[in-house]
Write a protein that binds this ligand. Structure first.
Ligand code: C2E
Ligand code: MG
Ligand code: MG
Length: 762
């Protein structure tokens, strides 16, 4: 800009010279014309005035501009956040900003010489041309500045020229940094980077230790960006992979999930911004095996590119999946048979029930029970029992293969089958019969001679209940209502009512046992020939708190369906032995105490030991104990019955065959059993008087028994005539109201005392 002003001045001078020449010329030629002379003079005067105005104005503008630039620069400098010094090389202008005063303690003062002041900041006394050049040329000029108070400040200067005015004066802006502060920032930075590196190291380490891979998917980019860890996990090479490369690793069955998610991500990545999303997939890992991986991801905008990026962590969850599968297995699969268990059946049933309501479909819910399973468990051991359950499961699975449907093991020996109801009412019966036929062929090993059968009960869904749970319960009721082995019953509402009553009674009975409400009554057994008391049958009664005496005919069948019978037998056995021994100790004539033993208890593996333990506890000789078994019980499993009976006999305990004649067995069959007493059922006595065929039967039985050295007793004898007939036929003993009703202990004791002196013979 400097040259512009030179031209201005040059033009001004030329103009002034020209004007002078014009005035001179006008003066020399004044004689020519007064008018021309006047015009020339006026022009010259005007030119001089105009030149003077021009010069003055240019100078003023220049001054104003200079001042405003200086003001602007000074203002700028004062507001700079770094320590700064504005100065001109003629030292006419020096501005120190507050920050620089703050660092050095040097402020603007009128008594300072500007040159010295600037020199103070740069640690230069003279501030000559060379110094100024050095300041301008040298970037990051490190200088020590000693303030008037004697304090030293290490400063680093960066100086740049801001402007040079028309007079050739250059203004400089020097920005300083406090070296001490800089050093502390540097060390802080170094510290920070060390910490950052450490934390990055920790991050990398934790990533490595936790086996977390990272996968980035960029919007519009066909490549995927796996982290090093992910590459190592999946055995990938390089830093990017393509979708087809990754697809090759995805487990075929999970491909649909993978593709759906990838498509969604690509097409509407924005939908994944914000919340975390998750996919679980099987992917082939570096070891060549398929592993379960979870990819937790969300989309975010990359601030640098403005594009959306999906990023997330990839974790191997195979172990967790295996645990889940194990939990599922434990929760829903029966461990013995590998079939679905009750929980699974309940889930499935509930879903189907909901479907029936919505779609108007119908199903059969069939519950099957392996007959006498507990006997097999007790006598052949649990391993054999489990094998039978597994065989049953095979049969059930074969069923659902041919009929369709769903099968489960719902408890001990209970299995359930759900079949679609296609309108044929005989479908459940046919299905169960098929199971029964197949089961019969499964007898092997120690079960080879056993007749394997199962019973069943069924209900229709949704007609027979208002929920699947109720329908299953009803099918179970139907099973328990079966009277004979191998029966199949359909649930009816009548059945339900009776079962409800029974289950109420069962609960009350359980409480009664706890409260010792069971008592024993004793009924005499008398020798027909002599009228002598030979034994007593212990008959249990339930002394209800209401005062009512409940007959065993009411509660024993219920107890036999549950575990309660075992508790009852234990009580009766112990009490009968104790009483018998007590009476012996009291000097009463020793009698044989008979105790009824139900099938469940008889087939206990250690029944003989239990009996002997009870006897020894009560110090009763085994010969004074007789157990009464029913014919139906013995027929359940003849070989096992024989084995158990032989053990008991060998221990010296007597065995009576109770209720003989009520079953269907032939006498020759029964003869295989080692019992000591045959106890004919009361029904023979009733018909004997009127029916000659019955008389003939009684006669033959007595004969055969005698030949086999088995004692005979007839129960239910009420009349002397009956007694006489039986005596005639060779019967040894009788039991019945004729000789005495069942009596409580006190009455029995009195009876025994009386019998010692008086005997009745008919
Ligand atoms: P049971 O073993 O055949 O017992 C004989 C039943 O016939 C008894 O009925 C007895 O009172 C009854 N009785 C005896 N003589 C006559 C008579 O002359 N006329 C008539 N009408 N009945 C007579 P109770 O005591 O009601 O017992 C019924 C059944 O309950 C018993 O039949 C037995 O099977 C069972 N029971 C009784 N106590 C026990 C027990 O402690 N354990 C087991 N497992 N069952 C028992
Ligand atoms: Mg009996
Ligand atoms: Mg009987």
């Amino acid at each position: 800009m400097k040259w512009k002003w030179h031209i201005y001045y040059s033009v001004e001078v030329l103009f002034a010279l020209l004007t002078c020449f014009v005035i001179y010329y006008a003066f020399c030629r004044r004689e020519q014309s007064d008018l021309v002379f006047v015009i020339f003079n006026l022009y010259a005067l005007l030119a001089v005035i105009l030149s003077l105005i021009l010069v003055v104005r240019v100078d003023r503008t220049q001054q104003r501009r200079k001042q405003s630039t200086r003001k602007r620069l000074a203002h700028l400098t004062e507001n700079l956040s770094s320590p700064a010094l504005l100065w001109s090389d003629d030292f006419s202008q020096v501005v120190i900003n507050e920050k620089l005063t703050g660092v050095t303690g040097i402020a603007m003062r009128d008594d300072y010489d500007a040159r010295e002041l600037v020199g103070l900041f740069f640690g230069m006394k003279e501030m000559n041309e060379a110094d100024i050049r050095r300041i301008v040329m040298e970037r990051n000029l490190e200088r020590r500045c000693t303030a008037p108070d004697g304090t030293n400040h290490e400063l680093v200067w960066v100086t740049s020229s801001v402007e040079t005015d028309s007079a050739g004066v250059t203004t400089f802006l020097s920005i300083a940094a406090d070296l001490a502060e800089l050093r502390s920032i540097q060390s802080e930075l170094a510290d920070y980077s060390r910490r950052l590196a450490a934390s990055e190291g920790r991050y990398a380490l934790s990533m490595e230790l936790t086996d977390i891979g990272i996968l980035l998917i960029e919007q519009g980019n066909p490549k995927l960006f796996p982290s090093d860890k992910l590459c190592a996990m999946l055995g990938l090479q390089g830093t990017v992979i393509t979708v087809p490369e990754l697809e090759k690793l995805v487990y075929p069955a999970d491909m649909a999930v993978f593709e759906r998610h990838l498509r969604n991500m690509r097409e509407s990545m924005r939908a994944f911004v914000g919340e975390m999303h998750r996919i679980e997939l099987r992917v082939r890992a570096a070891d060549g095996q398929y592993h379960w991986y979870s990819y937790r991801f969300k989309a975010k905008e990359n601030p640098e590119t403005g594009r959306l990026v999906v990023g997330g962590s990839v974790i191997d969850i195979s172990e967790q999946k295996a645990q889940e599968a194990m939990i599922e297995q434990l929760a829903y699969v029966d461990d013995v048979t590998g079939m679905p268990n009750r929980n699974r059946l309940m889930r499935m049933g509930e879903e189907l029930y909901a479907g029936t309501v919505e779609m108007g479909t119908s199903y059969w819910v069939i519950v099957m029970d392996i007959d006498r399973f507990h006997l097999i468990n007790d006598t052949c051991g649990y391993a054999e029992g489990n094998r039978l359950l597994q065989s049953f499961a095979e049969v059930m699975n074969a069923q659902i293969k041919s009929y369709g449907g769903f099968a489960a093991r719902i408890s001990g020996d209970n299995f359930a089958l759900i079949l679609r109801d296609s309108g044929e009412d005989d479908l459940p019966d046919r299905a169960v019969q098929r199971v029964q036929q197949m089961l019969a062929t499964k007898a092997s090993g120690t079960l080879v001679n056993r007749n394997l059968t199962c019973s069943a009960g069924y209900a229709r869904m949704p007609a027979d209940g208002d929920s699947f749970e109720h329908i299953l319960e009803h099918a179970e009721f139907a099973v328990s209502a079966n009277k004979r082995l191998g029966s199949i019953s359909r649930y009816t509402s009548v059945m339900h009512d009776s079962i409800i009553r029974e289950s109420d009674l069962e609960m009350q009975l359980a409480e009664a046992i706890q409260r010792n409400e069971l008592v024993l009554y004793y009924q005499p057994k008398v020798a027909l020939e002599t009228g002598e008391l030979i034994g007593l049958e212990a008959l249990v009664r339930w002394q209800h708190p209401s005062g009512q005496m409940i007959s065993p005919g009411v509660f024993i069948p219920i107890a036999e369906k549950s575990h309660l019978i075992t508790q009852i037998t234990r009580f009766v056995m112990n009490e009968a032995c104790r009483q018998a021994r007590q009476w012996q100790k009291m000097g009463l004539p020793p009698i044989v105490m008979s105790v009824n033993v139900s099938g469940t208890d008889f087939y206990q593996q250690n029944i003989c030991e239990q009996l002997l333990a009870t006897l020894s506890r009560n110090q009763l000789d085994p010969r004074w104990l007789e157990i009464e078994l029913t014919e139906s019980l013995a027929l359940k499993d003849i070989d096992l019955t024989i084995m158990q009976m032989q053990q008991i006999r060998a221990a010296g305990i007597q065995i009576a065959m109770d209720d003989f004649g009520t079953g269907y067995s032939s006498l020759s069959y029964i003869q295989r059993l080692p019992f000591t007493m045959l106890k004919m059922d009361r029904s023979f006595v009733l018909d004997m008087e009127t029916d000659p065929v019955v008389r003939e039967i009684v006669c033959s039985v007595m004969r055969i028994a005698k030949a086999k050295r088995i004692h005979t007793i007839v129960e239910g004898v009420e009349k002397p005539e009956q007694a006489r007939l039986l005596r005639l036929y060779g019967c040894d003993y009788i039991q019945g109201y004729l000789y005495g009703h069942p009596m409580d202990a006190a009455e029995t004791e009195a009876y025994m005392r009386e019998n010692m002196t008086k005997r009745k013979v008919y």
